[in-house]
Write a protein that binds this ligand. Structure first.
Ligand code: NAG
Ligand code: NAG
Ligand code: NAG
Ligand code: NAG
Ligand code: NAG
Ligand code: NAG
Length: 545
């Protein structure tokens, strides 16, 4: 008996020492990381505990959470989330101070805006402010006056259901990016009024708001007229001559197909903004880019969250880590009976046929007044309660919902490489297996894959790691209301990349080169993602009609 107790004691002694040693090692690494410039270290994030769900089938803890340490050493202690987040907040304090000091040092030595100056083009107000003034005429069925209010964030969301955190949540319209972006641009720290010293020129044209007025029931000349007038106006300005517009960029807050009319036939969709010769020289940022063209580039759709400080983001991330996730997967959307290749029916059928309680469906019937999909509360609540969120193509290959799902810490499941991987190259990791699941649309269409089985087959550790990666992506896919202290948001990342792109073009021009001719434009999607030209099993997704 005594021997047994002794053996047991020895066993626990060894276990405890091992953990102590390991913990010290972690602390050591942590202080190492603090010395680096990155504000949030890998390790800090791994410390986050993930109390995601109490469902017997889906209890997931990252291997090295604080909580696990406490649980292993003191099995009777229940988790104390407040203490966990406090410790984490403290851990973040130091790197920020270090960063701040380094920044100061740099600014003492040289102009911290050097190479980052942006000039906002002075356009006639008909291209931006007048559209907002006449917001009643922007849409026949959406209240665009409401949607464009609050710098494009829309009206604040009431938090009666406690779905959101206390600050920074708005009923943001998916097509309001150009207003959001312009307002953030006005607060950019390196603006200049001297266009000759600018590294890039921002064109504050609300291309999407403009075209949306005429997409339904107007002739092509109405749809094109402002775009054509805009480029004429740009071409005549002295700023154009400098690089023939190749240092100009604009944000078009609708999908690329609204600006790439296939022909001048009246029945064809959209205007031809992106086809104009001037547009081919500019960088057109949009929420969904064309895989076959290289003058547009996709940046995230706006979500509902527009925080004003780092702390608001950290708190939201922590909350998403601890969220109970009752459902294995969920889907919010409507079928697309008119689109032959659509897999929406199959997705909905698989969700309905899943084992009890595994899949949550929010069916969106656009005819119904009480369409729950239009209500952020329902959608965000469901995503926060799910481990995986299905993101099949809708009318086009991308969905705003993918970003809502990331915001809710729900691992997105994509069925088409053009839904995210080939789109948001600046904002999402190239290695998409780290934060998402890919299931071939063709396999869903011909019924050879079970979504439930595929998702159940992913080891728990892997699911936890993916979710942590998704949660770390949150700051990168949101548009903050102003510059955050240490975090780069979707706006910051975009500006950095645009400046880099323009600087590359400038360098090439000086050397008399143009690398955009290195590959056929048709293969842009391939070249942008892989950096080369070649063949891939994604090719069937990009056959031209
Ligand atoms: C939280 O941590 C503090 C020390 O940091 C401790 O005094 C307090 O008892 C802890 N709270 C709980 C609920 O354990
Ligand atoms: C772990 O437990 C210790 C002792 O109860 C406590 O001081 C510490 O705050 C806990 N850490 C976390 C992350 O809960
Ligand atoms: C540019 O000029 C406008 C109007 O003269 C002024 O309000 C603004 O502060 C100036 N901006 C910068 C960055 O100098
Ligand atoms: C297009 O529509 C506008 C307004 O309805 C009209 O004034 C114009 O003549 C039309 N243009 C053509 C080419 O049909
Ligand atoms: C576009 O840029 C090229 C140089 O790269 C220039 O030759 C061409 O004229 C420009 N197009 C327009 C419409 O300015
Ligand atoms: C289903 O589609 C996949 C991908 O195109 C294909 O490899 C497979 O053979 C198809 N299976 C059936 C039963 O049609």
């Amino acid at each position: 008996m005594e021997k047994h107790i002794f053996a047991k004691f020895r066993f626990w002694f060894v276990v405890s020492s091992a953990f102590l040693l390991w913990y010290l090692l972690l602390c050591f690494y942590n202080s190492e990381f603090k010395a680096t410039k990155r504000p949030i270290t890998l390790l800090d994030n791994n410390f986050a505990n993930s109390e995601d769900t109490q469902e017997p089938n889906f209890v997931i803890f990252p291997a090295n959470s604080d909580k696990l340490i406490n649980q292993t050493l003191l099995p009777e202690e229940t988790g104390d989330n407040k203490n966990v987040s406090e410790t984490r907040a403290q851990k973040r304090e130091n790197p920020r101070n270090i960063l701040h000091k380094e920044d100061q040092k740099i600014s003492e030595n040289k102009d911290s805006c050097s190479g980052r100056y942006v000039y906002i083009h002075d356009l006639p107000t008909k291209f931006n402010d007048d559209l907002l003034k006449n917001c009643r005429s922007l849409s026949d069925w959406t209240d665009m006056c409401e949607s464009t209010s609050n710098s494009g964030f829309g009206p604040p969301l009431s938090n009666t259901e406690k779905v959101y955190s206390n600050k920074g949540w708005y009923a943001t319209n998916q097509f309001s990016l150009e207003v959001v972006f312009h307002n953030r641009m006005k607060k950019y720290d390196c603006l200049t009024n001297d266009s000759s010293s600018a590294s890039a020129v921002f064109v504050p044209y609300y291309a999407g708001l403009d075209v949306a007025r005429y997409l339904w029931g107007h002739n092509t000349s109405m749809r094109d007229s402002d775009s054509i007038e805009l480029v004429k106006c740009l071409r005549e300005k002295p700023e154009w001559k400098k690089m023939f517009g190749r240092d100009h960029f604009l944000v078009a807050g609708r999908i690329t197909w609204d600006f790439r009319r296939l022909s001048d036939e009246e029945f064809e969709w959209g205007n031809k903004l992106m086809l104009l010769p001037e547009s081919k020289n500019m960088t057109m940022l949009t929420i969904e880019s064309s895989p076959w063209h290289n003058n547009d580039f996709a940046i995230p759709y706006p979500t509902y969250f527009h925080p004003s400080g780092d702390q608001e983001v950290f708190e939201w991330q922590d909350r998403m880590r601890m969220q109970k996730r009752r459902f294995l997967f969920s889907f919010a959307g409507a079928p697309r009976p008119k689109i032959q290749d659509s897999i929406r029916n199959e997705i909905i059928a698989q969700c309905k046929a899943a084992s009890k309680g595994k899949c949550k469906l929010l069916e969106c019937n656009s005819n119904s007044v009480s369409n729950k999909c239009q209500k952020p509360d329902f959608v965000m609540k469901m995503f926060q309660s799910s481990n995986f969120c299905l993101q099949p193509p809708g009318d086009s290959s991308t969905r705003r919902s993918a970003f809502d799902s990331i915001l809710a810490g729900c691992i997105p499941v994509f069925f088409h490489p053009g839904s995210a991987y080939l789109q948001y190259l600046w904002h999402l990791p190239r290695d998409f297996t780290k934060y998402s699941v890919f299931i071939h649309a063709f396999d869903v269409k011909n019924g050879t894959v079970s979504i439930e089985k595929t998702l159940l087959g992913i080891p728990r550790q892997k699911v936890a790691a993916m979710r942590e990666e998704v949660i770390r992506l949150i700051p990168k896919v949101i548009y903050a209301s102003s510059k955050l202290e240490t975090l780069d948001d979707a706006f910051d990342i975009t500006i950095k990349e645009v400046l880099e792109k323009v600087s590359k073009i400038r360098k090439e021009t000086e050397e008399g080169k143009d690398s955009s001719f290195d590959y056929p434009e048709e293969r842009s999607w391939y070249h942008n993602f892989f950096g080369t030209v070649g063949e891939h099993d994604w090719d069937p997704y990009f056959g031209r009609m």
